[in-house]
Design a binder for this molecule. Structure first.
Ligand SMILES: [Fe+2]
Length: 352
């Protein structure tokens, strides 16, 4: 029950006083306080939403006909949460999802930016991302990191359209007035060893030798191959007790920290017939189906998902994932802002 005192309104103040405050660029905070700090329940603007890949894909391919890559820099359809201001280019208050198309022979020019970006490949083969000279192959399901202020470009040597989901944390950087891009002059495409990080960190538990105490690179692994993650998920699904959910986190192999610092990326596998209830929390969370099909119930409303479908889950929602298939596993990516919320001391899991 709301036991907080009723606060005064702006209308209760004399007009000349309000005008004098406005002239000084100050406002009576008590008249606006409840708008930013309501009693007992958070301000929530983002809503639950489901973007079906099949329909987005059609429009993205059309964008390929309508807009040359030189005119777009990156040919991306942004997934905009209906509850948020479209100008913020945000899928959730802390997360951006956008579907990018690159056609055979195209090049997206070299640049770097403050926000971190992670690519999740949905279809196609033969494209590359180059990060600070390291050429990273892109195969369906792979995660490719372009960390903050790292030069990167994309190219495509294959024969069919290449589509991936861009995940960025610019919604966190924009309100801080620090988000910008630096255009590059030259493409660095293919200048260095192919998948150097993937080779160096081939075996879990073993890292390149360096004298103890010497600092490893900040982001030593930039390509996480789906073929290996998928194999690990399948092995756990087989080996674990069937009541234990199968869930793996993408980490920095040198520190054990999250792959990028702001957002947590993890992969789940739901066995046929399995259902997983997720604890209610303050996290903003996205789900992206990579393989199979399943249902995401958000506060009781069901979203049936197939390959490439993205679903936004707002804060404090109750969420259940269900794989109703008889035989096929459902494999999906989860992206949430728990690293940022935890570092800021904001993260919570309410009791009810
Ligand atoms: Fe970029």
């Amino acid at each position: 029950m709301d036991t907080a005192p009723q606060l005064g309104t702006s209308a209760e103040l004399p007009a000349d006083y309000r005008a004098r405050l406005a002239d000084l660029h100050v406002l009576p905070a008590w008249t606006l306080l409840r708008a930013v700090m309501p009693v007992g329940a958070a301000v929530q603007k983002a809503v639950a939403f489901h973007w079906p890949y099949a329909r987005l894909r059609e429009e993205l391919l059309r964008a390929g006909d309508l807009v040359p890559v030189e005119k777009a820099e990156r040919r991306v359809l942004a997934l905009i949460n209906p509850g948020l201001n479209p100008d913020s280019l945000a899928t959730l208050p802390s997360i951006f999802f956008g579907l990018q198309l690159i056609r055979p022979g195209e090049r997206a020019p070299n640049h770097k930016h403050i926000p971190a970006a992670v690519r999740v490949i949905l279809e196609g083969s033969g494209a590359y991302t180059t990060v600070e000279g390291e050429k990273l192959a892109m195969e369906p399901g792979d995660l490719i990191l372009t960390p903050p202020n790292h030069w990167h470009d994309h190219g495509h040597e294959g024969r069919t359209p290449m589509i991936w989901m861009d995940v960025l944390d610019h919604p966190l950087a924009v309100p801080l007035d620090i988000s910008y891009v630096t255009p590059g002059k030259l493409a660095t495409f293919g200048e260095n060893t192919l998948d150097a990080g993937d080779t160096a960190y081939r075996c879990a538990g073993v890292a390149p030798y360096r004298p103890l105490g010497h600092k490893p690179p900040d982001y030593p692994l930039r390509r996480y191959r789906w073929s290996r993650v998928r194999e690990a998920l399948a092995a756990l699904a087989e080996a674990n007790d069937p009541t234990t959910p199968v869930h793996l986190r993408y980490i920095n192999p040198e520190t054990g920290d999250t792959a990028i610092r702001t957002l947590d990326f993890s992969a789940r596998e739901l066995r046929p017939g399995e259902s997983v209830a997720i604890r209610r929390s303050s996290a903003n969370r996205m789900f992206l189906t990579l393989e199979g099909e399943g249902v995401i119930a958000i506060n009781g409303a069901e979203h049936a998902c197939a390959h490439g479908d993205a679903v936004a889950v707002p804060t404090y929602a109750s969420v259940t994932l269900t794989n109703a298939a008889a035989r096929a596993p459902w494999r999906l990516l989860q992206v949430d802002d728990t690293p940022t919320q935890t570092k800021l001391g904001f993260y919570e899991e309410p009791a009810v």
